[in-house]
Design a protein around this ligand. Structure first.
Ligand code: G6P
Length: 607
């Protein structure tokens, strides 16, 4: 989604802004732009990648030490030079960049046009530049306040004016915004990695707050002008963590980080007998004992983590667990009631639909637990309870380590809830804890023996369609394996429960059509093998993900990707890893860019 960067200080602004925008590339974008103030404000913008903007700046440089920049992901108006941010008012004295959507954009546009304003772009953002200019009477912060009062929707809006050239004013409603505090210089960005190499001290701007930055620092106020005393947050992330560190792609690097991520996510939270210490999970045992329904809501890969969660919670808690896409749940009038627990899962904690579904659950009286990777994300601030996944910054659009960490988080929650309800005994909790603690070494083992996966990628790379099947937990993993493959290799891929194959899709299985089967669950092993036989009988090419102790599978599958045996409940963690690598290697063989798949964004902060 859009990225924002702002700078006030002693250095030239343009290179710092371009560098920050590059570090936000993972959010996905289709055009980029920059404005720098000097004796006047000049703007450069360009459709396409930041390198094009940088080339434009080489030809037409911008001098000045205050500036703002933006990477745009089109919502109103197609990607183009004209629609790229920054946008200005007609005099060029006010310049804005904006992340989010202005919902009453059409009404405001008509209002401005009937007053004689000439709008040059198709964007909702240009309107904000006009509104700020209209409202200005010598105080930029006051003008921004009055302008956003007229606008409905979600925004992180950043404004500069030549009339007050040593400051930047920004306001936030829903879309993320952070301030980086340097020595005699101050940064604004939509995300911490943009400036983590320049400072470790941050202020998080919250919803309905306005911030003014100068080289001396930042002042945050509420949108109504109230005083805000925000603590400085010191971030310990290693700057290296946000960079590729020797791997060809962020995705591969993030896949290889997974053993460490599992260790981190479990760290200090799990006792040998399955006792858990979950620092921001505050519900008490009485709440857990009275619990009747668990809801899980999320989008994309986080939803697939939720599918695994459903199985875990139902098995461990023996409680109905309903998992819904957030964009479905919010319009489905779900029967969520007081005393329920809703787990909202989101890597970024900023996905608009997930935030809306989480709010709905809270409005209906459910307790809301955020399972998220981003500290101080919007989702975590809405939540009654938070479980951070501790996966570190994830740059690749296709999520891998964040997914695995979401699974680990749900095992921890299941232990916490299951032991409090008495639905599992100490012996079972101890077994699960032991299994969890073995996972980092087991994932490491899969990563060290990846040749079979590279070979499998070679065997399926030329297919037009691929199918993924499994039952129960294996089906949940198959869903994620299929998504990984399609989003980065652009191969058509579908996942379904193994038993569903014969109800339609079998018609598409002909010679050499690859079918990937995840077959770890002992209780349904034979049933899944029956589906595999149906595939084989039609000439399909079977690729199986199976335990290393499975001595039968080679009879049925052409290619077997081995994973270390675990307790069946924990198998999704190991089973997901070869599927992530399979997707990666197929995409690489097909010559795709991998980290930023076409048309996709890392964080979808609009509906
Ligand atoms: C986008 C990303 C996916 C991600 C989904 C949910 O579609 O491309 O990788 O799974 O959003 O994101 P979240 O941050 O809420 O987990």
């Amino acid at each position: 989604m859009c990225g924002i960067m702002g700078y006030v200080g002693p250095q030239q602004a343009a290179p710092i802004i371009i560098d920050g925008l590059k570090r936000l590339e993972y959010r996905g974008y289709d055009s980029a732009g920059i404005a720098v103030a000097n004796s006047r404000i000049d703007v450069r913008k360009s459709e396409g990648k930041i390198v094009r903007l940088a080339a434009l700046l080489d030809r037409e440089p911008l001098e000045g030490t205050v500036g703002i920049g933006h990477t745009r992901w089109a919502t109103h108006g197609k990607p183009s030079d004209l629609n790229a941010h920054p946008h200005t008012d007609p005099t060029g004295s006010f310049v804005v960049v904006h992340n989010g959507i202005i919902e009453n954009f059409q009404t405001l546009r008509e209002e401005l046009e009937s007053g004689g304003a000439a709008l040059t772009s198709e964007t909702d953002t240009e309107i904000l530049a006009h509104l700020v200019a209209e409202e200005y009477d010598g105080d930029l912060a006051a003008a921004v306040r009055r302008a956003v009062e007229r606008a409905e929707g979600a925004y992180a809006l950043v404004v500069m004016t030549i009339n007050e050239p040593r400051k930047i004013v920004a306001v936030r409603k829903i879309s993320p915004l952070i301030v980086g505090l340097g020595d005699g210089e101050t940064f604004l960005a939509s995300d911490i990695p943009a400036v983590l190499h320049r400072t470790r001290d941050f202020l998080i701007v919250e919803d309905d707050e306005l911030v003014t930055i100068t080289e001396d620092g930042a002042v945050i106020e509420t949108i109504d002008g109230g005083v805000v005393d925000r603590d400085v947050m010191h971030i310990d992330w290693d700057a290296e963590q946000a960079e590729k560190g020797g791997f060809e792609h962020f995705m591969l690097k993030e896949i290889y980080e997974q053993p460490a991520v599992i260790t981190e996510t479990l760290g200090g939270r799990l006792g040998e007998d399955g006792t858990t210490w979950l620092e921001d999970v505050e519900f008490d045992d009485a709440f857990v004992r009275d619990l009747e329904t668990v809801w899980i809501t999320a989008c994309g890969t986080a939803y697939h983590a939720g599918l695994v969660g459903r199985e875990i919670f139902q098995r461990v808690l023996r409680l109905p667990t309903i998992v819904e896409y957030a964009h479905e749940m919010r319009y489905a009038d779900p029967m969520i009631k007081r005393g329920d627990l809703t787990i909202a899962i989101s890597q970024s904690g900023e996905t608009a639909d997930t935030l809306a579904a989480a709010r709905l659950a809270a409005e209906r009286g459910s307790r809301m637990l955020a399972l998220t990777n981003v500290v101080a994300s919007t989702l975590s601030r809405y939540a009654d309870d938070i479980l951070y996944t501790r996966a570190g910054p994830e740059i690749s659009v296709a999520s891998t380590k964040a997914y695995l960490a979401m699974l680990i988080g749900q095992y921890l929650l299941a232990l916490r809830l299951g032991t409090a309800r008495g639905s599992i005994d100490r012996e079972r909790a101890t077994e699960i804890a032991r299994g969890l603690n073995r996972l980092p070494a087991q994932v490491e083992e899969i990563l060290e023996h990846d040749q079979a996966i590279v070979d499998a990628a070679g065997a399926i790379v030329d297919a037009d369609d691929i199918y993924f099947i499994g039952r129960g937990l294996d089906y949940a993993v198959a869903m994620e394996g299929s998504l990984k493959l399609k989003e980065i290799s652009y191969l058509h891929s579908e996942a379904m429960p193994a038993g569903e194959l014969k109800h339609g899709t079998l018609a598409l299985i002909t010679d050499d059509v690859p079918v990937v089967v995840v077959v770890t669950q002992r209780a349904t092993y034979d049933k899944t093998i029956s589906a595999v036989q149906e595939v084989k009988a039609r000439g399909g090419k079977v690729v199986a993900v199976a335990y290393d102790t499975d001595t039968e599978i080679e009879k049925f599958a052409e290619i077997v990707l081995r994973i270390p045996e675990t307790d069946d409940l924990l198998a999704p963690v190991n089973a997901a890893v070869p599927l992530q690598l399979l997707a990666y290697h197929v995409a690489k063989l097909r010559g795709h860019g991998i980290d930023q798949p076409r048309n996709l964004a890392k964080s979808v902060t609009v509906e």
